[in-house]
Every structure is written in structure tokens, then in C-alpha cells.
Ligand binder design. Sequence first.
Ligand code: GAP
Length: 444
Amino acid sequence: MADVSEPGDPALFDKVVNLCKRRGVIFPSSEIYGGLRSSWDYGHLGVLLKNNVKAQWWRWMVQLRDDIVGLDAAIIMSPKVWEASGHVASFTDPLVDCRQCKQRFREDHLAKPDVCPNCGSRDSLTPARQFNLLFRTHLGPVEDEASEAFLRPETAQGIFVDFQTVQQSMRMKPPFGIAQIGKSFRNEITPGNFTYRTREFEQMEMEFFCPPDEADEWFDYWVGERMRWYVELGMSDGALRLRDHDPEELSHYSSKTVDIEYAFPWGWGELEGIAHRSDYDLRQHSEHSGKDLSYYDQASDERYLPYVIEPAAGADRATLAFLFDAYREEEVRGEKRTVLALDRLIAPIKVSVLPLSKNPELTPLAREIHAMLRPEFMTEYDEAGAIGRRYRRNDEIGTPLCVTVDFESAEDNAVTVRDRDSMDQERIPIDRLIAHLRENLAVG
Ligand code: GAP
């Protein structure tokens, strides 16, 4: 695993993108039509991996806590939400055009302010214009101003507008949080770096509502907790860092933000932002909707608008960072192998069942064992090709354990379990197999 204090190895980018394409993890969307620059599809292994990342986030943020509850709000909300939240007026990026090559860039992403990053021309860039990132659409058959609506650019606003309903129905008292995973859409000027910046992506956001005088303490707490989540899921400590936003970089709603950054192959990049949103959103929605969203605290006989601390992560970015971080090329006993050393909790396939060969003496028992394991774990059955090649294939997609059925299996009622990382092989009785796999996978 990368142990770096500088951004990662640029060569890694192509290796991981190629592996993803080759193994059907992530590949270009609409490829038969030439693809679409910012859209990617997750194949079988990719969707399993991303689902596992999202499930681990949910487990940490909701299942293991008694102060956070879940929500799944609509993607298309009342357009008034986006007026109130400030996104219609302020959710913009500065856009510059190159008069020479006609390419567009984000001004805040330029390495040199007066040089076109595409054609290298000097003084060819136009002055910056503010470009609104909201995806606009129309509800119903008439495309006029009255029917204009937006695809949500963050899941957070669904949480703010449902704050009171959730708080009252779930009998929550600040400090408490509401968590949500779902798609968001932004008309990004410069999508790129594979799934890092796309126009359609999934967010994992939690809004933590607390008394105003506790907000700074909760901010520090959530920065620590969120960093711990990545590290506990196996991400190299040295490839993560925290970065404070400069005042001019802060979003329109934030009074303080810290990013968790990862050493991507092209440089440090944001994985997640932890923002101090104060009472900005609840105040805006109270004013615009005319509905008082303050909380009455019986114990202190006080009414107040809770402050919000928001850890906002991207499911696609986290998945991509886990892939980069897990990728290794090793030489073992004179043979090269590629391994995705993914944490067992997020590995797409947990167990692969492999008869030693396609021999009909072996395959019925192997299939029987596969049928026994599949209700317990995400499994795969593979009988094609030499056993060594099948081990390599499983290493490359990060399968932690392979179960091999050989000619002795029918006699000793045992199989061989091979570990992805140590490559150790252990003989395990079939009647203890599920328990053994559970212990070694730390799942179920
Ligand atoms: N509610 C706060 C919010 O949306 P953000 O920093 O703009 O904050 C949170 O987004 C996370 O969502 C980012 O850290 C990133 O992981 C992910 N994200 C944002 N824009 C993205 C994009 N265009 N493509 C992929 N992921 C994105």
C-alpha cells in the first residue's frame, strides 16, 4: 500500500483505470456511442464494491450509533428549496475560455493564472464569468419559467427541509444527526480524472444538529471520526491529510471547512469536506418557508436554531481512492501478481469456489459447496483454466479467500482455503468451513 507524504504515483492512474475496464469494475457509459466524458458505469464488481463502501459508511454513521437516524429524500425537490439555500444565486464556479483553443477551464484550477493549460497560450484566457452548476430541468409538458426545477446538487438540503419532521417523528434531541446516501448532480465545467469529478455522483452526507455553543467541539469530533473511518477501512494513513479551507474558498453556507484529502496519482484531492454550517440552512428555510424550524429545549426552557456540522463524503471518490490505495504489483516466488489488497469488509467478492480442475469428479462437490456458501457470503464459482491463473484473477479483483476442492475433498471432507494476502493455504473440514470463513472475513 502506498505510504506517501507526497501525492501518489502518476503511473498508477492508467493501471487502475485499465484494471477496472478489463475486469468490468468501472467503464465508460454509453461506450457504443463513443462514451460521454463525465459518465461512468459500474459493472458487477464495481457495484458490489461501491455498495460495500456505502454500507460501511451507513454502519458507522447510523447502525452503530444511537444519535443518528437515516433519510432518503427526493432528488427533485421544490425549486424554492434552492432559492432559499442560496444555490440559485451562489452555487457557481469561475469559468474562463481560451480564445486560442476554445477550451473552458475553472479559473481556480489553473496552475498559472494567465496561461492556457491546454494549448499553453499566454494571455489568451477571457476574464472569469460565474457559471451556475445547477442542473436545470422542467416538470411536466410546458417548458417555461414556472415549470423550472433542479436536480439536487447536494443531498444535504433534503435533510434540512425534513429536519423538523424527522426530529419530531423520531423523538430526537440535539445533539443528533440525520444521514443520507444518494445521487447528486452538478454541471461541472471540468469533469475528469476518471470518477473523481463527474456530473452525476453519489454523496454520503450527515447533518449533525447541535446547540450552538457545542458546535466547535462537534466539528473537531467529526473531523477525527471521519478520518478514522478511512483508516479503519484500510486506507494508508500517510496517503491522507487534513486541509483547512482558506476564507475565499469557503462555500456560501460555511463558516469553517476542513477537507480530508487523499494522495491521488495526479495530486492531493478532496475525499470529504467537514463543514461548519452554523444555523445558515435552518435560518434560510425558516425565513423562506415561513415555518419556524427552531427547536424548543424543555430542560433549559430555551428555543434556538441548532447549528450544523456536516461531514460530506463522495461514494464514488471514496471507492476510487480505495482502489488506488489497494493496488499492488508484487513478485512472489519468481511470479508477478497484481493484487487489490482491499479491506475484507469492502472487497466485492468475499469467497471464490474453485474446483482444482474441470474434472466431473470434482465439480459436483464444488458446486454443492458454492451453493452452501452463497447465502452467507458474496461468492463466485470458477472452474475455467489453470488453478494458478484463477488465483491470480481473484487476487486482481481483491477476493480475500479462495476455497479449492481437490481429489481428496470427497474422502477427507475437507477443502483448501487460500488467503489473498499471505497466500497461505489451510485444510479446513467442510462442516467448519462457514465458521472458518466468517472468522477470516470478519463479516456476518
Ligand atoms: N453538502 C456539502 C457538499 O456537497 P461538497 O464538498 O461540494 O460538499 C461533498 O461535496 C463531497 O461530494 C466531496 O467531498 C466529494 O467527495 C463529492 N463530490 C462533490 N462533487 C463531486 C463531483 N463532481 N464528482 C464526484 N464527487 C463529487
